[in-house]
Design a protein around this ligand. Structure first.
Ligand SMILES: N[C@@H](CCC(=O)N[C@@H](CS)C(=O)NCC(=O)O)C(=O)O
Length: 329
């Protein structure tokens, strides 16, 4: 684990000393948008027009943020239009690598680089910041369009619709404010909340994160008792953003990040909902449980110094979810 400072790699773990032991995630720095005609999006520069074959995704299949983008690539029929490279699950002192030794990682299929940091320095030789995935790369301008997953999924939701003919909308206009509100709570207490628990280096920071996390899970369990999906009868981006955290909950966050008041499987609605989303056409093939379990336990040596991979519960994500047989809300 480390970061780039003026284009040079420094091997340092997250700084929690200045924050009383609390993990603070830094903001993504590449914030351009692909748009149908290449106009500028809500942030960044113009000039990234949707086109088949022009863009490439660098992902880790372990990473919940990158996982969102892989799901949207499937849901929106973008597989043949946006190519993908998968990093190796072990993220050690040099950060994400393109090693291919036997874990289903693809290597860097564009440049043959050995480390993801080289993608960042190719885009900006003086880049300072973390080397995170996902990275949405423009093969034409040879630069990073975006390294912010919440924005990449919104681009995928609509920018390529004329190319794919897939107009399915997971960010429907009339529901946007309500979705944002749900996203905000889930991001802070759950998507990022698990990391706040796991990377805390003081009891206070852990306590401050873990209680709201389980309050949110209790709230979601209740919400999903009267709604099939978070926003009602229709699947939206809010569900996919939640799903990538839930699917990792029992195999990783429960033990490794000490989110262990309850398991996902202790929540009947949340567990059935997770299975329904897993069974959604195209989604199961985006879930690489080997990379998920391996990455966290092997890479975080401050949490698991002996790198022992736990046995974990055997969960059947294909068990019928019966969410369609719920009494309507
Ligand atoms: N805001 C980013 C966060 C991405 C992120 O933090 N990814 C993690 C993997 S799960 C990463 O690459 N971490 C490497 C690091 O922090 O050095 C997004 O949602 O796209």
């Amino acid at each position: 684990m480390g970061l780039l400072v003026d284009g040079q790699w420094h091997d340092t773990w997250y700084d929690t000393e200045s924050t009383g032991g609390a993990f603070k995630r830094s903001a993504a720095q590449f914030r351009n948008w692909i748009t149908p005609g290449g106009d500028a999006g809500p942030s960044g520069d113009a000039g990234f027009a949707a086109a088949s074959g022009r863009y490439h995704l660098y992902v880790s299949q372990a990473c919940p943020w990158a996982h969102r983008t892989l799901i949207f690539r499937e849901l929106k029929g973008l597989g043949e239009h946006i190519s993908v490279s998968v990093v190796h699950p072990d993220m050690m002192d040099q950060g994400w690598t393109f090693e291919t030794n036997g874990h289903g990682a693809t290597g860097d299929t564009l440049y043959g680089f050995s480390h993801a940091s080289q993608i960042y320095t190719k885009a900006d030789p003086h880049y300072s910041g973390r080397v995170t995935v996902p990275i949405l790369w423009d093969k034409e301008r040879e630069t990073i369009v975006s390294n912010e997953s919440s924005e990449i999924i919104r681009m995928f939701n609509s920018a390529f619709d004329d190319i794919t003919g897939n107009a399915e909308d997971f960010w429907p206009e009339p529901m946007r404010d309500a979705i944002e509100e749900v996203n905000a709570r889930i991001y802070s207490t759950l998507n990022n909340g698990v990391y706040k628990c796991g990377f805390a280096t003081s009891q206070e920071a852990y306590d401050a994160a873990v209680l709201p996390l389980f309050e949110t899970l209790d709230w979601l369990e209740e919400r999903l008792s009267s709604r099939r999906y978070l926003m009602g009868d229709r699947v939206t981006e809010a569900d996919w953003r939640l799903f990538t955290t839930l699917i990792r909950f029992d195999p990783v966050y429960h033990l490794h990040f000490k989110c262990n008041r309850k398991r996902l499987t202790d929540y009947p609605n949340l567990w059935a909902y997770t299975r329904e989303l897993y069974q959604w056409p195209g989604v199961a093939r985006t879930v690489n449980m080997e990379h998920i379990v391996r990455h966290y336990h092997y890479s975080h040596d401050s949490i698991n110094p002996h790198r022992i991979i736990p046995i974990n519960p055997q969960l059947d994500y294909w068990e019928p979810h019966r969410r369609d047989q719920r009494t309507a809300a």
